[in-house]
Design a protein around this ligand. Structure first.
Ligand code: NIG
Ligand code: FE
Length: 398
């Protein structure tokens, strides 16, 4: 893949998004911080990058593709989504825009629709959304269950998700379903027992929605530790709708990610910084729920590793767009364009504890998005414009 000499730009490589940890500085991440190479070329062998550098120095290749000076970025790593569902909640969204606040209760509407759907309907919905994501440059996506909430429905959601990604997450603890409303403890026993047994074979991760109206710290600790005992990695929906114990629990248990992080105390920020738990920020949720955005600068300046993800789901945010996440992170959350690009690629990889994706470097998987723009800055500079013209996964166009 070869870029045009006049306008070429290839951000990627040794990108960094942790301001304060070296070159990025507090709020000062720039093109150098993201590892941009102008007039660049990459060589792909099989599914991996074999060489990255200046076009002038590129080794000979069997075939080449001239991208005409377009910017090339690592494919987006979307570390948080809920794609296995049926129906939508457009009316709930409309009501929210006239003042009804978002609450976890809407999840039960989607649970009823998902239980009633066939495998084919659920599979088609995931396929449609994964296609939509790829068109927007996403090359890795984590997909959660969480709209089945029976052993059969959670395990079939994960089996379907695993047809599309290796990054599958068991979220039996999304909310307590209506049939257990009078006995939440019995539901936690199901989630930590037979449902986990049914789901674990299809899941890499376990997640809990720690929130008032969902699960408290003790319930969540039981669910996460039972998942860990089955070999699952830990993720947490933490501190989304209010202050709470989610972040502290994620740090105590060594989770890979604490996602949302909208309402954080100073102790929460300190715990994230010292534990290395990745804070997943999901700005399209705040956009779609008309809520205050998380304080990305406070986290980055404290040395917390930040990932940006879509949280695509039918309730709090029905957007699959990582470019929109970047635009919001820059415009509304004061991340620099370089920090936002890093968090949407390498940050997502860190959240999934992956080192083989999220940057353009020899040996990593050849996942790329080609932008119809001369530089990645246009992702934030041209919000809402479909700039991704081509997406490559493992060296192949998709
Ligand atoms: O991450 N917060 C919990 N779960 C999703 C929303 C799910 C829904 O509203 O259907 C989220 O925002
Ligand atoms: Fe979520």
């Amino acid at each position: 893949v070869t870029n045009d000499p006049e306008r070429g730009a290839l951000p990627g490589g040794s990108a960094r998004g942790r301001a304060g940890s070296g070159g990025a500085g507090s709020g000062g991440a720039d093109d150098a911080a993201v590892g941009e190479i102008r007039d660049a070329a990459v060589v792909i062998e099989g599914s991996r990058f074999a060489w990255v550098g200046s076009r002038r120095d590129a080794p000979a290749a069997d075939s080449s593709l001239d991208l005409g000076g377009r910017a090339v970025i690592p494919g987006f790593v979307d570390s948080h989504s809920h794609l296995v569902f049926a129906g939508d909640r457009a009316e709930e969204f409309a009501a929210r825009m006239t003042g009804t606040p978002y609450s976890a209760g809407g999840i039960r509407t989607t649970v009823a629709a998902t239980r009633a759907a066939s495998d084919e309907q659920l599979r088609a919905n995931v396929a449609r959304l994964v296609t939509e994501m790829r068109r927007q440059g996403t090359t890795t996506v984590e997909i959660k269950s969480g709209y089945g909430l029976t052993s059969v429905d959670e395990s079939r959601a994960l089996a379907i998700a695993s047809e599309f990604t290796d990054e599958t997450t068991y979220l039996g603890a999304h909310v307590v379903p209506p049939e257990f409303a009078d006995d939440p403890a019995a539901y936690v026993s199901l989630v930590t027992g037979p449902m986990l047994d049914a789901a674990a074979g299809h899941a890499k991760w376990v997640d809990v929605f720690v929130e008032r109206g969902a699960f408290d710290a003790d319930q969540a600790r039981a669910i996460l530790t039972s998942g860990a005992a089955k070999g699952l990695g830990l993720r947490v929906h933490a501190n989304q709708l209010g202050f709470g114990p989610g972040v502290q629990l994620a740090c105590e248990l060594g989770a890979a990610a604490a996602d949302h992080c909208t309402h954080l105390s100073d102790l929460d920020v300190d715990a994230l910084a010292s534990s290395g738990v990745v804070a997943g920020l999901l700005p399209t949720v705040e956009f779609s729920t008309r809520s205050p955005y998380p304080d990305a600068r406070r986290l980055i300046d404290a040395g917390v590793t930040v990932a940006l993800a879509s949280d695509c789901n039918p309730g709090s945010c029905y957007s699959s767009s990582m470019p929109l996440c970047i635009a919001l992170a820059v415009r509304e959350m004061h991340m620099t364009p370089a920090e936002a690009l890093w968090s949407a690629t390498a940050g997502g990889a860190a959240s999934l504890r992956r080192t083989d994706i999220g940057c353009i470097a020899p040996g990593t998987r050849a996942d790329l998005a080609v932008l119809d723009a001369p530089t990645y800055l246009h992702l934030a500079y041209r919000p809402g414009v479909p700039l991704v013209t081509q997406t490559f996964i493992a060296g192949r166009p998709v």
